[in-house]
Design a protein around this ligand. Structure first.
Ligand SMILES: *Cc1c(COP(=O)(O)O)cnc(C)c1O
Length: 464
């Protein structure tokens, strides 16, 4: 046991009732659950008791503890999920919520927030099917016969394989056994879907004869995966979807393709090559095509499944469909997003993701003129500021080797590390997220929708 000193100090710690009655907590006490507040005060006092026992020192008074508790409890009422300014140079950043939603999508979510005809057929006055809300639009845009929707593309791949090949064999090229960030690995998802993985060909080269052999050895599904986030270059060969479909037809085995991104417009329009469109994959004859809602589609998180009627019917009957279905808000946002593709010529105006992708360099340079002076003011005494040319990437696993020209503000810390400087930017409101590279913090302006929120965040930080 310690000497008498710390024990005396412990005795002078304020009591719970003193903190509870402190004027600093009056407003918070009125709106916070009493038991939760008391528990927080007790927790904080216990921490002080612990620290006094261990290190001695002077106990804090009631003012100090009340102020500490007030700060913590005020934090309870602040949303943790909040807007940030993405200047990382990755436009559709998986950690930052991927595609920003369009105004139409947000309006549709608001409209759908009350009572809606989610599963109600207004024509017949009877129970309906939530998929029909967007199936027609999805089929019109993709050229597919049928469609269904689940929570994300990982769920779409899972549900498709589990339906078509439970306890059976799925053939995948070794060049497509990829990991797509966040621990989504094709071999794992195939196994978790209840299927047996048949590896076909080699990492760099796979030929029709390799699939032919797999079919003779009992493959029940041929799966083609878009190797989203990397490219195999050099001495390579892959079997095209068209060839795969021909093989599948011959053996009466369905062909599934996981596109990942799922673009509805040809990305070559913005100088980005190598992204197959959904329409092309459907036209190639795939039985099932799966893709994400929040990557190049530019909508909410969702997994879209389109294809031939028989396959989609079976997928919809899988009991797991119920566990993976989307809610009304997602369906509302998805419907509004898909509708933008009825007018693909104006996609840059209707979908924010394409506004950023399609933005001309001159516009980025105009933004630069607006934000450079406030950034220089903020950086004064902290960092050197320089403008550099750079390249942005689309992100979310799409188009890994294709980039877009941009302008970057490079901050070189005068003292301290670039990580500390990046942290200071994250403490702005809203937080500004850059990327640390080569001893600098790089702020890529292609991802900045408007100058104003950034200018205001910087100005607010300058005020005392
Ligand atoms: C991103 C991706 C997935 C996972 O999609 P989520 O919508 O994130 O679940 C699956 N397959 C491929 C090829 C991908 O690029």
């Amino acid at each position: 046991m310690a000497t008498g000193e710390p024990i005396k100090a412990l005795a002078t710690l304020p009591a719970v009732y003193e903190i509870l009655a402190h004027p600093r907590l009056a407003a918070l006490a009125a709106k916070t659950d009493h038991a939760l507040l008391v528990a927080e005060i007790q927790r904080r006092l216990a921490q002080h008791r612990e620290a006094l026992r261990a290190d001695g020192g002077t106990p804090p008074d009631a003012d100090a503890v009340a102020a500490e508790v007030a700060k913590i409890v005020e934090g309870w009422f602040e949303p943790r999920l909040k807007p940030v300014i993405n200047l990382t140079g990755t436009l559709l950043h998986t950690n930052l919520g991927r595609a920003p939603l369009s105004e139409a999508a947000v309006a549709a979510m608001t409209a759908a927030s009350g009572t809606v005809n989610l599963e109600y057929d207004l024509g017949r006055g009877k129970r309906g099917d939530r998929d029909t809300l967007i199936e027609e639009l999805l089929c019109r845009l993709s050229g597919a016969e049928a469609a269904t929707i689940v929570n994300n593309n990982a769920a779409a791949v899972y549900l498709t394989l589990n339906t078509l090949a439970d306890r059976k064999r799925v053939a995948v090229s070794r060049g497509e056994l990829v990991e797509i960030g966040d621990s989504f690995r094709i071999p794992d998802i195939v196994k978790k879907s209840g299927c047996k993985l048949m590896e076909v060909g080699t990492t760099n080269r796979t030929h029709p004869a390799d699939y032919q052999r797999a079919l003779e050895e009992g493959a029940t599904v041929l799966l083609k995966v878009h190797a989203s986030n990397y490219r195999i270059q050099g001495f390579t060969h892959e079997v095209s979807l068209v060839e795969l479909v021909a093989l599948g037809r011959k053996h009466n085995v369905p062909v599934v393709t996981d596109l990942g991104s799922g673009a509805f417009v040809d990305m070559r329009r913005w100088g980005l090559a190598g992204e197959p469109t959904v329409q092309e994959s459907v036209a190639a004859g795939a039985d099932v095509v799966t893709f994400s809602g929040d990557k190049l589609l530019g909508g909410p998180q969702a997994g879209l499944i389109v294809g031939r009627v028989e396959a989609i019917k079976r997928i919809k009957r899988n009991p797991m469909k119920r566990a993976l279905r989307c809610d009304k808000l997602i369906l509302a946002a998805l419907e509004a997003t898909l509708r933008a593709y009825l007018s693909p010529a104006t996609i840059e105006q209707s979908l924010p993701a394409y506004r950023l992708i399609g933005r001309p360099l001159a516009e980025i340079e105009r933004l630069m003129q607006d934000v450079l002076p406030p950034i220089e003011r903020w950086a004064a005494g902290r960092a050197g500021v320089a403008v550099e040319p750079g390249r942005s990437q689309v992100g979310s696993g799409s188009l890994p080797d294709q980039t877009l020209e941009t302008r970057i503000i490079a901050l070189t810390p005068l003292r301290g590390s670039p990580e500390t400087l990046a942290q200071a930017l994250r403490e702005l409101r809203p937080p500004v997220i850059g990327r640390v590279h080569g001893g600098k913090v790089l702020l890529d302006l292609r991802g900045l929708p408007d100058a104003q929120p950034l200018i205001e965040a910087l100005a607010a930080a300058a005020r005392p």
